[in-house]
Design a protein around this ligand. Structure first.
Ligand code: GTP
Ligand code: MG
Length: 148
């Protein structure tokens, strides 16, 4: 089944949004396959956001991500990459719909609380980067109540 990498950024952890965010993915019906609280260093953050290294906001973005612990997660389910991005909301919270995580809990684009992989391929790369030790092998017994 499809998997995605979701990260609660340092502002989300500091603001006490961890339980709320995990709850939204759980209640949707997705399955938690990996979870850890981790503070990453500059080189690691630069690798995670390597695609954005030419952007003017890159240094600020890296400073933001290394400013405190983040919650790194792997979530699994049908269309979880695309649906996860919908649950998260638009990149700029000024454009995120109410009901999305960023729409409900963020104001500035540089403090937008959460990251989600943007494609199945980048999810694979990000899961390998953040969980080199591997993730949990289990499947939820609720599947027949979630999938037809
Ligand atoms: P992520 O899930 O974090 O990857 O966000 P995204 O996929 O919605 O957006 P993108 O990958 O393009 O940008 C990564 C992150 O860089 C965003 O989540 C923002 O925190 C930050 N960012 C993107 N654009 C801007 C910008 O114009 N200004 C600032 N300050 N930060 C930006
Ligand atoms: Mg992105």
């Amino acid at each position: 089944m499809e998997q995605t990498f979701i990260m609660i950024k340092p502002d989300g952890v500091q603001r006490g949004l961890v339980g709320e965010i995990i709850g939204r993915f759980e209640k949707k019906g997705f399955t938690l396959k990996g979870l850890k609280l981790i503070t990453v260093d500059r080189a690691f953050a630069e690798r995670h956001y390597a695609d954005l290294s030419a952007k003017p906001f890159f240094n600020g973005l890296v400073e933001y991500i290394i400013s405190g612990p983040v919650v790194a997660m792997v979530w699994e389910g049908k269309n979880v990459v695309t649906t996860g991005r919908k649950i998260i909301g638009a990149t700029n919270p000024a454009d995120s719909a109410p009901g999305t995580i960023r729409g409900d809990y963020a104001i500035d684009i540089g403090r937008n609380v959460i990251h989600g992989s943007d494609a199945v391929e980048s999810a694979r790369t990000e899961i390998a980067l953040w969980f080199p030790e591997g993730i949990a092998e289990w499947s939820s017994s609720l599947h027949p109540w979630i999938y037809e």
